[in-house]
Design a protein around this ligand. Structure first.
Ligand SMILES: Nc1ncnc2c1ncn2[C@@H]1O[C@H](COP(=O)(O)OP(=O)(O)OP(=O)(O)O)[C@@H](O)[C@H]1O
Length: 233
């Protein structure tokens, strides 16, 4: 069981406090990470992935900060934005480079291409991919190490309705296998259909952490607006 724990997390950029004294825990299942623009979601996820350092506190995966993980790619997979692909490379080549860099078996490439529904596009150049295909390719990269934790920023962005239904099923399967899936999203209806739990932040502070059911008795949007209004930093 993989647990993500955020304790006393504070991040300042100069005098600006992007997140302040955040405490929450994420256990296996699907958790929606919600908050208005500028709430501090990306900052929190970037700290969790070891991309930036906290000013105070910690974000850990099974008790270890990202930098101290023995096998980071096998522990956590992330898609923070569906970009950063070399347009001239094929999907297969892109994933092969990732596996080599991470010391993972090349056999994983075809497995994840299949898993995200891109097997038929494996030999096409990424430059010609639609946004939805890029989302799938990003997800394939995150799945390469078969990690226990998946962190996805707006994973439904660019997917058509069939793609969204497909993503929902995939994430549910991954969660049912005991994985901890964190999806950061603004599409509340999508989160309401997909997630078991929610963490809501606003103005850099925690507003809610718990079951989605407990939050959304009067609808997720009403609960979200109530929790995130008048949240002075
Ligand atoms: N490197 C940085 N330097 C200065 N300020 C930053 C930096 N990174 C983020 N911020 C600020 O911190 C705040 C939180 O940003 P963050 O990107 O974490 O929010 P978010 O919840 O992910 O928002 P969105 O939903 O719009 O993506 C914002 O006001 C942002 O301008």
């Amino acid at each position: 069981m993989t647990t993500v724990t955020v304790t006393g997390l504070t991040k300042r950029f100069g005098a600006f406090e992007a997140v302040r004294d955040l405490d929450f825990e994420v256990t296996p299942g699907i958790t929606g990470f919600l908050g208005p623009n500028g709430a501090g979601k990306t900052t929190t996820l970037r700290i969790l992935l070891g991309l930036i350092r906290p000013t105070a506190g910690a974000a850990t995966i099974d008790g270890r900060p990202y930098a101290a993980l023995a096998h980071p790619r096998r522990t956590v997979g992330a898609v923070l934005e569906a970009g950063g692909f070399h347009p001239g490379r094929t999907a297969r080549r892109h994933l092969l480079i990732l596996t080599t860099g991470a010391g993972l078996p090349a056999s994983r490439v075809d497995e994840v291409l299949d898993q995200v529904g891109l097997a038929d596009a494996a030999h096409r150049r990424v430059g010609g991919f639609s946004l939805g295909m890029r989302q799938r390719l990003g997800l394939a990269g995150a799945l390469l190490g078969d990690p226990g934790v998946l962190i996805l920023d707006e994973p439904a962005n660019g997917l058509d309705p069939a793609g969204m239904a497909w993503l929902r099923r995939l994430l549910r399967d991954l969660a049912d296998q005991g994985r901890t899936v964190i999806i950061s999203s603004h599409v509340l209806a999508e989160v309401a259909q997909t997630a078991d739990r929610a963490v809501v932040i606003s103005g850099g502070r925690l507003r809610y952490s718990g079951l989605l059911d407990g939050l959304a008795a009067d609808g997720l949007e009403a609960a979200f607006l109530r929790l995130t209004e008048e949240a002075p930093r």
